[in-house]
Design a protein around this ligand. Structure first.
Ligand SMILES: [Zn+2]
Length: 157
């Protein structure tokens, strides 16, 4: 069996540019079984879509009355920099985003007080270095939700 994978996915909403980061678990699946892998992907995708839908309905529509379209602008399936991304969701999180040599949406994400600190942590992690992240990292202010948050958090301002 492959291990469960933690997925971070950053959605950007247009036209206002508001961003939502979600953390979901992709269940363990055998690497030899493509059907099981696809099913695990669908479970993770559905969890991410659910968080996004809830956020749009309970939070975003109160902030902006206009209709929104959203797309995935960054994704990471490795362990990110900083402890904040393993904690509970929160309405405001300062997130560093670095593009990688795998192209969009694959990114290295993390929290750190400064960009220099972010890169210092990235360089200590062979898995992150292996993604080929490129400077500069961009600082984004995002709303963060996880599949482990209580439902009330999803609507918190
Ligand atoms: Zn808006």
């Amino acid at each position: 069996m492959g291990s469960p994978v933690t997925i971070f996915r950053l959605f950007r909403h247009q036209p206002c540019g508001r961003e939502l980061l979600v953390r979901v678990k992709r269940p363990a699946a055998s690497n030899a079984d493509q059907g099981a892998l696809d099913a695990a992907d669908r479970i993770a995708d559905a969890a991410a879509e659910h968080l996004r839908d809830q956020w749009e309905q309970r939070h975003l529509q109160d902030l902006c009355a206009h209709p929104h379209t959203s797309g995935v602008v960054a994704e990471m399936q490795e362990v990110p920099v900083g402890d904040d991304l393993f904690g509970p969701g929160r309405p405001s999180l300062a997130l560093w985003v670095a593009q990688t040599e795998y192209g969009a949406p694959w990114a290295v994400l993390g929290t750190a007080a400064t960009e220099a600190e972010f890169w210092q942590e990235v360089r200590l992690d062979d898995d992150l270095v292996g993604l080929g992240p490129s400077a500069p990292a961009e600082l984004r202010h995002v709303h963060f939700l996880t599949d482990e948050d209580a439902p009330t958090v999803h609507g918190a301002a």
